[in-house]
Ligand binder design. Structure first.
Ligand SMILES: CC(C)(COP(=O)(O)OP(=O)(O)OC[C@H]1O[C@@H](n2cnc3c(N)ncnc32)[C@H](O)[C@@H]1OP(=O)(O)O)[C@@H](O)C(=O)NCCC(=O)NCCS
Length: 338
């Protein structure tokens, strides 16, 4: 990774990186933050590039007493490769060169998972309380900033025994219905299914994956993708993920194309997939699934009806994936209340 100071041309890429990493907030205009940090001799914005693409960042500033590091980010495609170490070291070196003796950084509540990263980078946790006050009128959250936060409640469900019910009956259709497992699907076909089924419900995580990362998932033998077709036309798909443990399946994705919602295909496909998982040898010990308040309003009840039981719930905020540019603005969003 090549690390250097940010140039004008990097700014849009930095903003995208920060949005992808969930670092933008309605009250922080990223472009204004970059401009301010680049204006003064005591602060800078560093970028890390791989193959000409900006994939890492760190902002550093020295206040004459302590140095501060902000906006440490590694693009989701490059996380987990140890790249936070060189970009953070570059920010530390930049501060050290100014005579700065000690560096500090702030971790937002809710982002506790990065504590382990900074532990690995030799940062010490210090018993301090942080207080802050705006010295200018706080900026009003702008609708154009692309970083509205959505409140999302995620419900986790599990099933630890095969549900006691008869085999599901397919809905009556004029055209023949068929269920097929996809073997080594092309990334383009998988993206077609993901986007057509998931965009209206704001499924954005898989949109952040590169073609290589997606291929590694969907071509893994422990990932089973089944498509329900009507007259040869896909109506929906379900993705069973056994990667964590061969005896535990997660219903990672399940959904219908918008044209086929409300015609009985959903419960049939879900029950069929559940039976499919239980029919494996050795039989699974557990099936899990989660649904959230961005999903179809009947999704939770549908999973419960299919035999899943709620085992937990959490509420968090996620950046709006449409405003963040992950999902095209042209998509008709079906998420309730969006
Ligand atoms: C935080 C962030 C920059 C870390 O980058 P990363 O690519 O995920 O992490 P790295 O692969 O560089 O790991 C750095 C070190 O932390 C360790 N580490 C990472 N995750 C860990 C975990 N869950 N538990 C223990 N150690 C962990 C790694 O082993 C590595 O140590 P090593 O070099 O000694 O092996 C990145 O995840 C990110 O951009 N997150 C979103 C933005 C964010 O939250 N930024 C921080 C704001 S305060």
């Amino acid at each position: 990774m090549n690390i250097r100071e940010c140039t004008d041309a990097d700014i849009p890429h930095l903003v995208t990186l920060w949005q992808e990493c969930g670092l933008t907030r309605p009250w922080n205009d990223p472009e204004a933050d970059i401009a301010l940090a680049r204006r003064y001799a005591g602060s800078t914005v560093l970028v890390g590039e791989v193959d000409g693409a900006v994939i890492a960042s760190a902002m550093a500033g020295f206040d004459g007493h302590r140095g501060w590091i902000y906006y440490v980010a590694i693009s989701p495609d490059h996380q987990g490769k140890g790249l936070s170490r060189p970009i953070t070291a570059a920010a530390e070196n930049w501060l050290r060169d100014l005579g700065c003796p000690k560096v500090e950084l702030i971790i937002r509540e809710g982002n506790e998972k990065v504590l382990a990263v900074y532990d690995a980078l030799d940062y010490q946790r210090e018993p301090r309380m942080l207080m802050a006050k705006w010295l200018v009128e706080p900026p009003a959250p702008s609708a154009d900033m692309g970083d509205r936060l959505l409140d999302v409640t995620i419900t986790y469900l599990e099933m630890t025994a095969r549900p006691d019910r008869p085999m599901p009956h397919p809905p009556a259709t004029e055209q023949p219905l068929s269920l097929q497992r996809l073997h080594e699907p092309t990334v383009s076909y998988y993206r077609y299914l993901q986007h057509t089924v998931g965009d209206p419900w704001l499924w954005w995580e898989r949109r952040l994956k590169s073609d290589g990362e997606l291929a590694a998932i969907i071509h893994d033998d422990a990932v089973e993708i089944y498509v329900l077709s009507l007259g040869g036309v896909p109506t929906g798909f379900v993705e069973l993920d056994f990667r964590a443990m061969p005896t535990e399946a997660e219903v990672a994705y399940f959904g219908l194309l918008p044209e086929f919602i409300g015609r009985g295909f959903g419960p049939y496909l879900l029950q069929w997939a559940i039976d499919c998982a239980w029919n494996r040898s050795p039989a699974p010990e557990k099936l899990s699934v989660n649904t959230c308040t961005l999903d179809h309003p009947k999704a939770l009840a549908g999973y419960q009806k299919a035999g899943f039981e709620v085992v937990g719930q959490e509420t968090k905020q996620v950046p709006d994936p449409v405003r963040a540019g992950h999902i095209p603005k042209s998509v008709k969003i079906l998420t309730p209340g969006y």
